[in-house]
Design a binder for this molecule. Sequence first.
Ligand code: PEP
Ligand code: MN
Length: 274
Amino acid sequence: MSGNVRVVEVRGCRIGGAELVVMAGPCAVESRAQIFEAARVVADSGASFLRGGAFKVRTAPTAFQGLGWDGWKLLREAADSQGLLTVSEILVETQIEPARDYIDLAQVGSRNMQNPPLLKALGRSGMPVMLKRGFGCTIDEWIHAAEYILDEGNPNVMLCERGIRTFETATRFTLDVAAVPIARSRLGVPVIVDPSHAAGQREWVDCLTLSSVAGGADGLLIETHPNPAEARSDGPQAVPLSEFPELMDRVRAVAEAVGRSVPAGALQAATLHV
Ligand code: PEP
Ligand code: MN
């Protein structure tokens, strides 16, 4: 890490310090079995947060929209079973207060980055917020969006680069790695990278993940699923849970090369003691 970045603390987990924070789980919570299995594997691999959408923003209204409140309840239970924190997207202002029972870190989705009423309400709430970059927005616009939250007196803000739309079609979005150090030093808050939505296909997630760690990301938001072929959203970009521990080993190696650490999970610890 470099420069002066404010450390954001989410229930004792420090983001923006020497430790790289990993947030992982499925795109959407789909069932008890799916989310509990995801929680077990990501916790065992050293992740600190379980991700999982319950209110999904889908391009088409006919696509799976998430399990709603039942999804948040399952996410909380699964995370608690492994001592994980939760991160999930909050879509509208009315969800903020009830979300406190289920969500430790409120995600603002790419499509909602320029929604000042939501941003201001999250600012007033004081909840930790991870603001995703709008896929058609510049770094300046992204920073101004974050200021809507900060200016309401909420310092618990981090950014998330998740890829922007360019002329390139080989990936779903183009990961703007340069935005990580630039936004980080301009706003002085931690920057997380979501390699999954940028890649669009699991084949490229590994490379984008490692590049982000080398580029100074303070954390990662990665989609992983017990059975990607059956996922109800974003299956093609989900890393199978069976491959997640290995990805984390690679993250750990790059993190160490750039002076950061990743908490050891039970899987790594077990390997070390063999
Ligand atoms: C997500 O994290 O599942 C998501 C919908 O991301 P984005 O808002 O970046 O598209
Ligand atoms: Mn997704």
